[in-house]
Write a protein that binds this ligand. Sequence first.
Ligand SMILES: [Zn+2]
Length: 371
Amino acid sequence: MKRLLFALLLITSSGALGTSFARADALSEIAALPAVSVETIGRSVEGRPLHLLVVAEPEAIERGAPSVLIICGQHGNEPIASQAALRVVRNLCSESKAAIRRRIVTLIVPIANPDGMAVRRRTNAAGVDLNRDWQERTQPETRAIFDVFLQWRPTLIIDAHEWTADDLYTCHTIETPLLRQERAVPTWSVPLDQWISTTLRACADQGTYVQRTYWGAANDPRLAHRFFTTAWNTPAILYETMPAGTASNATRITAATTFLSQMLAAVAASAPAPSPVPPQSPVPAPDSSMWPIHFALASGLLFLLLFTHGQGGRGMMERTTTRPLSVPRRSTGPIIPRCRRERPLASARTRHFPRRAHAPQDPRFSSLSAN
Ligand SMILES: [Zn+2]
C-alpha cells in the first residue's frame, strides 16, 4: 500500500504536484519510506510549508557524512525536477543503494516555490524570482533554504530547473563556474570535475546527452549556484532539462532522475567509507537440559548458607559486617580511565548540527562576483 501511494505521487500531474506535497497523508507516506525523514523548514509567502527530505542511514548523519543539497522548483512553472526528485528518493531507498545512504546524506528541497508551483508561475507569491534573490534573501523561501545550507554545509549543491520555450538551449544542460579562464582556482578539495565527467559519461551510456556550459564574471551572480560558489566557496551546479515540446515529460523526468542519481553515486563513490559494523555475537539461549544441574547447585548452596548460619554463622556475619559495605574500598592501583560512553543515535528528524565557521572567502573568487 505504501508503494502504491508513493507511485500515485509520482504520476500526479505537474500542476497537482505542489498541492499533493501539502497533503499530510502524502507527506506521511514519504516519511515512512526507509531512511527518509521529512522536515518542515519554513513557510512560503502564502503560508505553504517548505519541506526538506533527508535520505541517509542514521549512522551517516551521526558521523557527519558529506551531504548533497538538491534544490528543485525555484520556478513554479518548472515541475520536472520536482517529480524527478521523488524518483531519486524512491531509488535511494532501494536495497541496492544502501551503500550510498551510508556514505552521504542526500538533502532534497522538492519544491522551493510552492506558491508558484500551485499556479504554474515562475515567481513566488510576492512576484520575486527566487533564483535572483540569493544575495539579498528577501523572501521566506530563500531564507529557509539558506538556513538548511548553514545547518548542513553541504559538499555539493545542485539547483535543478528545466529550460522553457523562450530559453536559448534545447538540450539537457549543466552550468559550472568558468574557473580556469577566470584564474579563480577553487579552494575546495572535492573532485568536482571528476564527479561531473563520471556523471555525464553515465548519462550518455543511458542515452541522455548532457552538455556542459560555464559562467564567469560577466554573468548574473545572484543565481543560487553562482552565489554559493562565489560567496561560500561551495561547489554548486545548475541543471536544466530540455524544454517541453522538445521531449515528452516522461523523457525529461527520466533524464533529470538519471543525472541526479548519477551525481549522487559519483559523490558517494569518493566519500569516506563508513567504518565496518562489527558482527554481533549471538546471545546463547539457555540450555534447558542443564536446568536440573543448576537447580541442584543452587539448592546445595542454599543449604550450605543455612548450615553455616546455624553453626556459628552468627560470628561470621558479625565479622563481615564490621566494615560498612556502602563505603567503597579505595583502589591503590593505577587509575584506569573509563571508556567514553557511546552517544545514542539521533534521528534524522531531530538531528541538528552545530553551524560551522564561515570559511574565509578566497580573494580569487571575489573577482567572479564583481559585476
Ligand atoms: Zn528555472
